[in-house]
Design a protein around this ligand. Structure first.
Ligand SMILES: Cc1cc2nc3c(=O)[nH]c(=O)nc-3n(C[C@H](O)[C@H](O)[C@H](O)COP(=O)(O)OP(=O)(O)OC[C@H]3O[C@@H](n4cnc5c(N)ncnc54)[C@H](O)[C@@H]3O)c2cc1C
Length: 351
């Protein structure tokens, strides 16, 4: 176990933002993780769990408490059953399952961060979400002080949400179990229209696994959604806002605002989201409210490749980033009457 004091957190985040932690501990075994969490809880010390730091906005003042980096390793594949230690690098684990000829997470290639964080916001992209393949999550329960096994149902997964996000101070994820599919080297049915179009197939078709993974990686790279230290468009947390989910009445009101601003024929993106709800696109809202790719003149700007990513151009502070985020939220609300919600977790700050 490594321990440092007054340690900078910015290098541990993909934004490269945030002040120091009073204490920074790196744990490489489950026992070490549990020891650090127990000690923090017994002494009433605030705890910040960090995986790959790719969904974190840490305040410039840093974190007064124990920041725990989970660096555990473990990739166990038995038939179609996969168990990953929380500290495994997610995108490497995806590549290994594709090499092993198993389907189910191939379209989640290129998503930065750790395996243990994937259940937190039910990581998803290009038509797949981890909630479709996770069977169990092994976690340390800070309420009971015991290691518990949560079933898929227990995790209460929904769009970019879960029981873990709902109750962030309760569970520390130690291991995640998946059940993948052996489809003779083929992918899961391709669900996402853009992926199907690029692959030249119909939605619902299967394609060779490697082709699915490589196509997603190519599409993601074109949007600045694959980490590249030399490309400031990727000094981000990926999507900064979630896609709004609206009731029928809210959608009707929104559509009226769209017509008012963009003309009678304007139609906003709309996808069924269950229970009569409709999901619209945060990227579209941001763009149509006037915040186009590359927007901004300061050290925090919108990515030049995707309107949904707010980025650090190199010299930004967290306050610069939040000022830009607030400007976008206000602009979208004033134009369309919708309040965007941030996807990354904020630490010591809020929008
Ligand atoms: C370029 C880019 C592209 C992205 N694309 C996508 C995408 O397509 N889809 C998507 O869903 N997300 C995407 N993201 C967001 C991010 O990669 C995911 O949310 C990822 O799962 C975060 O993992 P992490 O290990 O970096 O978590 P961190 O940022 O370290 O932590 C995020 C939250 O999870 C908590 N946490 C982390 N590990 C644990 C654990 N073991 N137990 C309990 N809590 C834990 C932290 O305390 C924090 O609250 C993207 C980010 C970037 C930078």
């Amino acid at each position: 176990m490594q321990e440092r004091h007054d340690a900078p957190l910015a290098p541990l985040t993909t934004f490269r933002l945030g002040g120091p932690a009073t204490r920074l501990v790196t744990a490489t075994t489950d026992a070490e993780v549990i020891e650090v969490v127990r000690e923090a809880d017994a002494t009433g010390t605030p705890l910040l769990v960090i995986g790959g730091g790719s969904n974190l906005v840490i305040g410039d003042k840093g974190f007064d408490g124990t920041a725990l980096v989970i660096a555990t390793k473990g990739f166990e594949l038995t038939g179609t059953h996969l168990e990953l230690a929380a500290g495994e690098v997610w995108t490497d684990a995806v590549a290994r399952t594709v090499r092993a000829g198993l389907a189910g997470i191939e379209c989640l290639a290129g998503i930065p961060g750790s395996a243990g964080a994937t259940p937190i916001q039910n990581v998803g992209a290009y038509g797949q979400e981890v909630s479709s393949t996770i069977t169990e999550v092994i976690a340390y329960d800070r309420h009971s002080g015991a290691t518990v096994t949560l079933t898929n149902d227990d995790c209460a997964f929904s769009y970019r949400h879960s029981r873990f996000k709902e109750d962030p101070a309760r569970y520390v994820v130690l291991r995640v179990r998946f059940d993948l599919e052996d489809a003779n080297g083929l992918s899961a049915p391709v669900k996402y229209a853009e992926t199907a179009r690029t692959l030249g197939v119909e939605p619902g078709d299967r394609v060779p696994l490697t082709q699915a993974r490589e196509t997603v990686l190519k599409l993601r790279a074109g949007k600045g959604m694959v980490l590249d230290p030399d490309d400031h468009d990727t000094w981000s947390a990926g999507s900064f806002f979630t896609n709004p989910i609206l009731t029928a009445a809210q959608f009707a009101e929104f559509h009226a605002r769209v017509k008012q601003h963009l003309g009678e024929d304007a139609v906003p993106p709309a996808y069924p989201a269950g229970d009569g709800h409709t999901k619209t696109s945060a990227a579209w809202l941001i763009d149509k409210a006037g915040f186009t790719k590359g927007y901004g003149t300061g050290p925090a700007r919108i990515s030049t490749k995707h309107t949904l990513a707010l980025t650090n151009r190199g010299a930004a502070t967290t306050e610069d980033l939040l000022a830009l985020a607030r400007e976008v939220v206000t602009g979208v609300r004033d134009t369309f009457g919708i309040t965007l919600v941030n996807e990354p977790v904020t630490v010591g700050v809020s929008l």
